[in-house]
Ligand binder design. Structure first.
Ligand code: ZN
Ligand code: ZN
Length: 246
């Protein structure tokens, strides 16, 4: 059971289709030695270690070099957007595992009518596998940092890695928070209900291929016209997407 109230607390019965998939996923993909909190701790610990180590190497940052932070945030937001809109929801040659993990597993484990974990072992259905995090750091963050050091300066390279890793950690923690129970303290943090609602709508089977591809902040969705908000009151009569019905 989860300490922060992430247990599924909805009074409605679990949809049979989702219950069956959850049982199968747990049986096939979550080993007896898996610990969800350890997984979350590894992700946060490794990211904070990389950020701290890079921060310690920074020296005499010039004003223009600080621009690396907003530019990297925008870049990361668009990578998140296109990665999710593309290979995570459409099979792409060589990236089939990403599609399988996201569209065929994550979206079947969590639907908009059942978004919360049942227990900490279910974290596996949300968090990136540790081996993939290490792979991304070595295969993407490090070469990109070396290239930026060669093109610009060591400070730009270090600020890029710090921002990219911090952005990734923010992504993981926000996505984790969206899948806690609505009454948990995490789900009630400032801004969380709005961001969580966008992701919950993305988990509606009829919307998931078309709307709300940003997991963090909906910059890409606003720029490319794929932001979908739950219509309310008379506003709803104008904004309701007729295709959104189940
Ligand atoms: Zn999700
Ligand atoms: Zn998705």
């Amino acid at each position: 059971m989860l300490a922060m109230g992430t247990t599924h607390a909805q009074s409605d019965p679990i949809p049979a289709e989702v219950a069956a998939f959850r049982s199968k996923f747990r049986r096939d993909h979550i080993g007896p030695r898996y610990h969800g909190w350890l997984h979350l701790g590894f992700t946060a610990g490794l990211c904070l270690l990389v950020i701290t180590a890079c921060w310690a190497w920074l020296q005499d940052i010039r004003p223009l070099e600080w621009l690396t932070i907003p530019v990297t945030c925008l870049y990361a937001n668009l990578v998140e957007y296109f990665g999710h809109r593309g290979p995570m929801h459409h099979p792409v040659r060589g990236l089939g595992l990403i599609y399988e993990r996201h569209a065929r597993q994550h979206h079947r484990f969590f639907r908009d009518d059942l978004m919360a974990f049942d227990c900490s072992r279910d974290f596996k259905a949300v968090l990136f596998p540790p081996v993939l995090i290490v792979f991304y750091l070595l295969a993407f963050a490090m070469p990109a940092g070396l290239l930026l050091a060669w093109l610009f300066s060591d400070n730009v390279a270090l600020l890029f890695v710090i921002t990219a890793v911090a952005y990734f950690l923010n992504y993981e923690l926000l996505h984790f928070a969206y899948h806690t129970a609505p009454e948990s303290w995490v789900a009630r943090l400032p801004l969380m209900p709005r961001l969580r609602l966008l992701h919950t709508l993305h988990h509606r089977p009829s919307l998931m291929q078309r709307y709300n591809f940003n997991i963090t902040y909906p910059v890409g969705d606003v720029l490319f016209g794929t932001l979908y908000r739950q219509p309310t009151g008379c506003e709803g009569s104008r904004q309701t997407d007729p295709r959104s019905a189940r």
